[in-house]
Write a protein that binds this ligand. Structure first.
Ligand code: PNS
Length: 166
């Protein structure tokens, strides 16, 4: 039987516990999950694509069937080049649904053979987003419960907060 591969695309700027939660849910469903870090997201990223990949790789080092790479262009093209049958996306709150539904339908129009699989985050991650943790971290707030230590350390360094107690 051929391998069932999924891609998990995103900005991952930086990786949060919400992203890792979705990955953990996708892992038992697919033989291999390829995390696709979008090289040039529309939103100006805090971290370079290399930095975002390094952070994600540090977080998935123990996850046997997960790979991390970057991509540019359309997600459906990335999925096709990877041999994926599915695009994994996480859902947190109802407000995520509208844009995610729109994106899934557009992706289906672009390539009907790749399905989007939505996975629900856990309650503890409902309010976790990269944008929120960046803002809170930048302003000196504690985000240890929302993002892995590598992300927190990298953000604090970017914001010039090293050594500053939380
Ligand atoms: O983590 P994000 O920023 O919510 O991820 C958004 C992402 C990367 C999944 C989306 O912007 C995307 O797929 N970009 C690639 C370009 C593309 O395929 N656009 C059409 C989608 S309808």
């Amino acid at each position: 039987m051929s391998e069932r591969i999924a891609v998990y695309p995103g900005s991952f700027d930086p990786v949060t516990f919400g992203h890792l939660d979705i990955l953990d849910r996708a892992m038992p469903i697919f033989d291999r999950v390829v995390v696709g870090v979008l090289a040039n997201p529309a939103k100006e990223p805090l971290f370079t694509v290399e930095e975002r990949i390094t952070l994600m790789r540090a977080c998935v080092a123990e996850k046997a069937n997960v790979e991390v790479t970057s991509f540019d262009g359309l997600t459906v093209d990335f999925a096709k080049a990877t041999g994926a049958i599915a695009i994994v996306r996480g859902l947190r709150v109802l407000s995520d649904f509208e844009s995610e539904f729109q994106m899934a339908l557009m992706n289906r129009r672009l390539n009907p053979s790749v399905n989007t699989v939505f996975l629900m985050t856990s309650f503890s991650n409902v309010f976790v987003s990269s944008s929120i943790i960046k803002e809170v971290c930048r302003l000196g707030g504690n985000v240890d419960e929302a993002a892995p230590a590598v992300s927190v350390t990298a953000m604090r360094r970017k914001f010039g907060l090293e050594g500053a107690g939380q």
